[in-house]
Write a protein of this length. Structure first.
Ligand SMILES: *Cc1c(COP(=O)(O)O)cnc(C)c1O
Length: 389
């Protein structure tokens, strides 16, 4: 059997290399400290689990949910946007439930992009931005995220003929993998650019609630006119530790939502209604658990940053997201080689930056996952390895 070309174009050699490396070391008896996957490891709040459990006994809860989803869920999303960002949304037309934001990111291009259309995708970037474009047979034009531009795309550097051809621009702040943030002024510039070139802006805001030192990341939709040019995707996976439940939402431009709604109504039958009930409890219930979770990630960040700096590795301090985006220590050039060396000497597994695109070379992504003492153990091993000094 020959799989389709697009399947070959989807597989990432680097992520499978990383899996192989982990398996090989584990088989050799190495105690792996896995800081490579960004999967939340904290439990959801009790009131959310209770809502999920109670919903299981509701009559009719096991029916097909259908793409529209529960009106109460969409209302909860609209209310949350109002209280968190001061953004008004019409729950009927401007909110769409998703099977995780990944669902929306994977399928949105199919709803907006014809084969050969140009899409603007950050490099480095979260893998589905590129993979979704591959599936839709879009023409990818990379937007380099460089330290000298605070890891924001330089809109002025996009050639006018590319901008005129572009249909969609993907953005993600707080960012995975580079852990950078964007302010409203940047989003205002994006709205102007998108208006001028008639580009649909798709902003992924998965990490809006994992922010530190009192910082509150803004929504793209807070920029005046944003709703006319774009949409924002959010998720309960990271904010409420419900990653396995597969619940997210897209909000903003009604015409964009309509296109995706039509596509999705042909593909899936919506999110399990009990999961939507859990989502309502998460979004409308007390938010102190969100702040407590952010405090846990902030403490982990501090353990890693302090420990790695003591080991001679000058890593930056992220303001948000669940990652540290660390330039390779002096004397190392290839992120793949460094990740292999680090894993073999210390058992600590991180992701080579180049896995997220060519502009990720020279960096590694370290996830803030695991108990404090495991992170302390990781930095102790790295210090003793002498790899970074
Ligand atoms: C984790 C993650 C997602 C996926 O979220 P789901 O809602 O669980 O699909 C989307 N975007 C980014 C940047 C992520 O890191």
């Amino acid at each position: 059997m020959e799989p389709a070309r697009r399947i070959r174009n989807l597989t990432s050699a680097i992520f499978s290399e990383l899996d192989d490396l982990g398996r090989e070391l584990r088989a050799g008896g190495v105690d792996i400290i896995n800081l490579s996957v960004g999967s939340p490891d904290l439990p959801p709040a009790p009131h959310i689990k209770q809502a999920l459990a109670a919903a299981l006994d509701e009559p009719g809860i096991y029916r097909y949910a259908l793409t529209e989803g529960l009106p109460e869920f969409k209302q909860a999303v609209a209310d949350w946007y109002r209280s968190r960002f001061g953004v008004d949304l019409d729950p009927e037309r401007e909110v769409l439930s998703l099977m995780g934001s990944q669902d929306g990111l994977a399928h949105l291009y199919l709803a907006l992009v014809n084969p050969g259309d140009t899409v603007l995708v950050p490099d480095p970037g979260y893998p589905i931005y590129r993979a979704g474009a591959v599936l839709a047979e879009g023409e990818i034009f990379p937007l380099p995220l460089l330290p000298e531009n605070s890891f924001l795309p330089d809109l002025q550097a996009i050639p006018a003929d590319v901008a005129r051809r572009a249909r969609v621009m993907l953005l993600n702040y707080p960012n995975n993998p580079v852990a950078a943030t964007a302010d409203l002024e940047f989003f205002r510039a994006v709205v102007g650019f998108a208006r001028e070139y008639r580009i649909v802006v798709v902003h992924d805001i998965a990490y809006s609630e994992l922010a530190y030192d009192g910082y509150q990341p803004p929504s793209f939709l807070q920029a005046p006119g944003a709703k006319e040019v774009g949409v924002e995707l959010h998720s309960v996976s990271k904010s409420y530790n419900l990653a396995g439940c597969r619940l997210g939402f897209m909000v903003g431009n009604a015409a964009v939502l309509d296109a995706l709604r039509v596509l999705k109504s042909n593909i899936d039958f919506g999110v399990f209604l009990a999961v939507q009930r859990a989502g309502i409890a998460a979004l409308t219930g007390p938010q102190d658990t969100v702040h407590k979770a952010a405090a846990v990630y902030q403490r982990r960040r501090d353990i890693l940053v302090r420990g790695l700096r003591e080991a001679g590795w000058e890593v930056p301090v992220p303001r948000a997201s669940m990652f540290i985006w660390a330039p390779l220590p002096p004397g190392h050039e290839s992120s793949r080689e460094f990740v292999g060396e680090l894993a073999r000497h210390t058992g600590v597994l991180v992701v080579p930056g180049v896995a997220f695109g060519p502009r990720g070379e020279g960096y590694v992504r370290i996830a803030l996952v695991g108990a404090d003492r495991r992170l302390e153990e990781a930095v102790r091993r790295i210090r003793e390895s002498g790899l970074c000094s």
